[in-house]
Design a protein around this ligand. Structure first.
Ligand code: SAM
Length: 255
């Protein structure tokens, strides 16, 4: 599948743009949810086999591996996979569509807006079907996504962040342009790196986010042979979702 979103410029700055994101903390929350749903089928199993689909630069894959999972990373962007491999963790990172993978996993994750990076709605069913075919009875699929109703109620705004990194001061501005009719948000980044107070580098990568409502996602899952067993607001598995929760986690099993 062609993917222009996560190519050269964006992937180069990806980890920098997301510096400060608590990948380990997120992985611990997801792990607690996985343990809750897998306890019957996999009790006694030491190491669960996990696929991180849309693994990007591998940060969740690495976090889950540290927690004892046999973790594999897949992504369609060779640039993102190149960066994941460059972290020299010895983990298996493959530049491959999950459609071309044929092996069962205990756990499949797709975290940090992968579902919003797939393109228009018609691509959701194909993606979820490729996940379903690599699940067996008792497998679990966890992903997150922007919540369409929250985007309508509280449209994305310009966000700025300053980061100190390797002796540089980085200013990062994210400028959203949202097309509510087509449910698409283009996020343009303005990244400026200063060394000794002088501008040393500037880049303007952008990504396209397709956002969907809860019902649209649930319908696509249903059409792919999956069912939602739990939905919770980002990092809060003990809570129920609401219309204004910006990000939702879906926990799914085979139907
Ligand atoms: C926002 S990034 C998230 C990366 C990573 N999961 C993380 O948490 O940092 C979205 C990723 O989805 C990948 N992606 C987009 N379409 C995909 C597809 N059809 N199959 C697998 N990965 C895809 C992109 O290449 C990109 O690396």
């Amino acid at each position: 599948m062609k993917n222009t979103n996560y190519s050269g410029t964006f992937s180069k700055y990806y980890d920098l743009i997301n510096k400060g994101k608590d990948y380990d903390g997120e992985a611990r929350v997801i792990d607690s949810v996985i343990r809750k749903y897998l306890k019957k089928e996999n009790s006694g199993k030491k190491s669960l086999k996990l696929a991180d689909v849309g693994c990007g630069t591998g940060n969740h894959t690495i976090a889950f591996s540290r927690m004892g999972y046999r973790a594999y990373g897949f992504d369609v962007s060779r640039h993102m996979i190149g960066i994941a491999r460059g972290k020299s963790t010895g983990l298996h990172f493959e530049c491959k569509s999950f459609k071309d993978v044929n092996e069962p996993f205990d756990v499949i994750i797709s975290l940090f807006d992968v579902v919003n990076a797939l393109g228009p709605y018609k691509n959701l069913v194909g993606f979820f079907s490729s996940v379903a075919k690599n699940m067996k009875n008792g497998s679990i699929f966890i992903f997150d996504a922007w919540n369409g109703s929250a985007v309508f109620l509280h449209p994305p705004e310009i966000k700025t962040k300053t980061i100190e990194w390797k002796g540089l001061k980085i200013e990062r501005k994210a400028i959203p342009k949202t097309d509510f009719l087509r449910q698409v948000c283009t996020l343009k980044y303005d990244i400026k790196a200063y060394k000794n107070g002088r501008l040393a580098e500037r880049a303007n990568p952008s990504i396209v986010i397709n956002f969907f409502t809860y019902n649209e996602i649930a319908s696509a899952l249903d059409a792919s042979g999956l069912k939602v067993v739990q939905a919770f607001p980002y990092k809060e598995p003990s809570k129920k979702i609401a219309e204004n929760d910006w990000k939702i986690n879906f926990v799914c099993k085979l139907r």
